[in-house]
Design a protein around this ligand. Structure first.
Ligand SMILES: [Zn+2]
Length: 465
C-alpha cells in the first residue's frame, strides 16, 4: 500500500509503526457553524482511507478532535450572547448527525478541546522550559526561530521571517509567518482557564498537538486534513510537538484538495455555499452526495456540480437495481455451483479494485473496475446465464467492496401518502383499461417529483432527482 506523503512530497510505501495497528489523527470540525460540503469532502476521504485500511486487515485507531474553543467559536457565542458551551453544543450535535447521514464511520475518539486544557497547559510549560516558547504581553508565543525545521511541511523558508514578529490570530496565511500564540491571556469578553503562566485560553494549534499525542503517543502513523491546513496549522503542530518531545511527530501526512462549486470557489458572497443540510432540504439523496464526494481522487480538486450530483444519483441507482436483480436470482432455490466464468469475473474485479486502492487510493480506476463488473453482471443476467449460486457469490463480493464505499444499501425514502394514493388510482385505471387516465396520473405524479416504474411485481415509485 502506498500513499502520497506531503512531508516528503512523493508517494511512499506505507507500514505502520506497531504491527497491524494504524494510529491516525484527523483534524475535526470547529463547531461554530454547520459543516459545509467542502468539509465533508475531507471527512469522506478520511472515511474511505479508514475503511480501506480496515479492508486490508489493519486495526485503526482514529482520533478526531472537536474544536470547541478558538477565535471563531468565541466570536459566535459572543454575538449570540450565550455561553461558549451552549453555542458549541448545538453544532457539535449537528456534526454527528451529519456524519451519520453521510455514513461516515465513527472514529474511536472525539476529544473536545475544552476537556483537554490541562494537557495543553502541560505542553506549553514544556515548551517554555525548553526556551522555545516565551511570554509576551498578550500571551505565550512559540518562537519559530528556535525550531530550525520550521517550514518542512509547507516548504516555507523560515530565514525570511523577521525574528520576534508575532501573530495572535488562530488563522493566518503565509504572508504572516511569525511567532504564533500558544496561549492567549485572559480578556474581558472571553472564557478563560487558570494556568501557572497566567489565566487565559489556548490558541487553536496547540489543541491538536496536545490531543493527538494524548491518545496516539508522541509519534504516530497518519495525520490528515485538507490542504488549507498544511500552513499554518499542521506546520505549527509539528513545531509544537517535535519542539517539546524531540521526536518525530507524524510519519505520513495526507491532505485532500479543495472542493469548488460549479467551477468557482465556494463562498457565501457568490451564493454557491452549501452545507449538507442545504442539499438535503433541496431533496438530494445523501448516498448520492456521499458517492459524489468519494468518487474524485483526494488529491484532485473536486468540482461539485448539480449535474454531477444527479449523475451520482443515477450511478448509485444502477448499483441498487443490479443488487435487486441479483437478490431475486439468489432467492431461487435452483441447486447449482458458481460457474468458473463468474468466479473469474469476481476475482478480476476484486483484484483490480484492490490494486488501484492500494496505489494512493486511486478511486477512479478502482470504481471503473467495479462498474465494468456491474455491466458484465447485467448482461450475463440478460442472457439468462446467471444461476442462484453465481448471484449469491457476486452479492458477497459486492458487500465486501461496500464495506469501503458504503453506497450499495439504499435509504428507504418515504413516499408521501398522497403520491401512493395516486399510484393506486392509476392501478385501478389500468385494470379498467383506461390507459389515457393512467398516463395522465403518471404525468401528474412525475410533475410532483416521483417516477412510477411498472415491474412484474407491480408499480414501484422513486423520487425523481
Ligand atoms: Zn488540527
Amino acid at each position: 500500500m502506498r500513499f502520497y506523503n506531503t512531508l516528503i512530497k512523493s508517494v511512499e510505501e506505507f507500514s505502520p509503526l506497531e504491527g497491524d495497528v494504524v494510529k491516525m489523527y484527523t483534524c475535526g470540525p470547529t463547531v461554530y457553524d454547520y459543516a459545509h460540503i467542502g468539509n465533508f469532502r475531507t471527512y469522506v476521504f478520511e472515511d474511505i482511507l479508514r475503511r480501506w485500511l480496515k479492508f486490508r486487515g489493519y486495526k485503526v485507531i482514529q482520533v478526531m478532535n472537536i474544536t470547541d474553543v478558538d477565535d471563531k467559536t468565541i466570536m459566535g457565542a459572543n454575538e449570540k450572547g450565550i455561553s461558549l458551551d451552549e453555542y458549541t453544543r448545538e453544532y457539535t450535535n449537528a456534526f454527528f448527525e451529519d456524519i451519520d447521514t453521510l455514513r461516515i464511520e465513527r472514529a474511536e475518539h472525539y476529544p473536545r478541546a475544552t476537556e483537554h486544557i490541562n494537557e495543553m497547559i502541560a505542553l506549553i510549560e514544556k515548551l517554555i522550559e525548553k526556551g522555545i516558547a516565551y511570554v509576551a504581553d498578550d500571551g505565550i508565543y512559540y518562537s519559530i526561530a528556535k525550531f530550525p525545521e520550521y517550514g518542512k511541511l509547507s516548504g516555507f523558508d523560515v530565514k525570511s521571517v523577521k525574528a520576534g514578529a508575532r501573530v495572535a490570530k488562530d488563522e493566518y496565511d503565509k504572508e504572516d509567518v511569525r511567532d504564533f500564540a500558544l496561549w492567549k491571556f485572559r480578556r474581558p469578553d472571553e472564557p478563560f482557564w487558570s494556568a501557572p503562566f497566567g489565566d487565559g485560553r489556548p490558541g487553536w494549534h496547540i489543541e491538536c498537538s496536545a490531543m493527538s499525542m494524548k491518545y496516539l503517543g508522541e509519534t504516530f502513523d497518519i495525520h490528515i486534513g485538507g490542504v488549507d491546513n498544511i500552513f499554518p496549522h499542521h506546520e505549527n503542530e509539528i513545531a509544537q510537538s517535535e519542539g517539546a518531545t524531540g521526536k518525530k511527530f507524524v510519519r505520513y501526512w495526507l491532505h485532500s484538495e479543495h472542493l469548488i462549486v460549479e467551477g468557482r470557489k465556494m463562498s457565501k458572497s457568490l451564493g454557491n455555499f452549501y452545507t449538507l443540510r442545504d442539499l438535503l432540504s433541496m431533496g438530494y439523496n445523501p448516498i448520492a452526495i456521499r458517492y459524489l464526494l468519494l468518487s474524485t481522487h483526494y488529491r484532485k480538486q473536486l468540482n461539485f456540480t448539480f449535474d454531477g450530483l444527479k449523475g451520482a444519483y443515477s450511478t448509485v441507482m444502477r448499483l441498487w437495481d443490479t443488487i435487486g436483480r441479483l437478490e431475486s436470482i439468489s432467492d431461487l432455490s435452483v441447486d447449482n455451483k458458481v460457474k468458473p466464468k463468474v468466479r473469474d469475473m469476481i476475482d478480476r474485479m476484486v483484484k483490480g479494485f484492490t490494486e488501484e486502492m492500494d496505489d494512493d487510493l486511486n478511486i477512479s480506476p478502482a470504481l471503473a473496475h467495479l462498474f465494468d463488473f456491474i455491466r458484465d453482471v447485467n448482461s450475463t443476467i440478460d442472457r439468462g446465464e446467471l444461476g442462484s449460486a453465481d448471484a449469491s457469490e457476486i452479492l458477497k463480493a459486492l458487500q465486501s467492496i461496500d464495506t469501503v464505499l458504503d453506497v450499495m444499501t439504499p435509504i428507504e425514502e418515504e413516499i408521501p401518502s398522497e403520491i401512493m394514493e395516486m399510484v393506486e388510482k392509476r392501478e385501478r385505471a389500468r385494470e379498467m383499461k383506461d390507459f389515457g387516465l393512467a398516463d395522465r396520473i403518471r404525468e401528474e405524479v412525475f410533475n410532483l417529483g416521483y417516477i412510477i416504474e411498472d415491474t412484474k411485481d407491480g408499480p414501484k415509485v422513486k423520487k425523481k432527482i
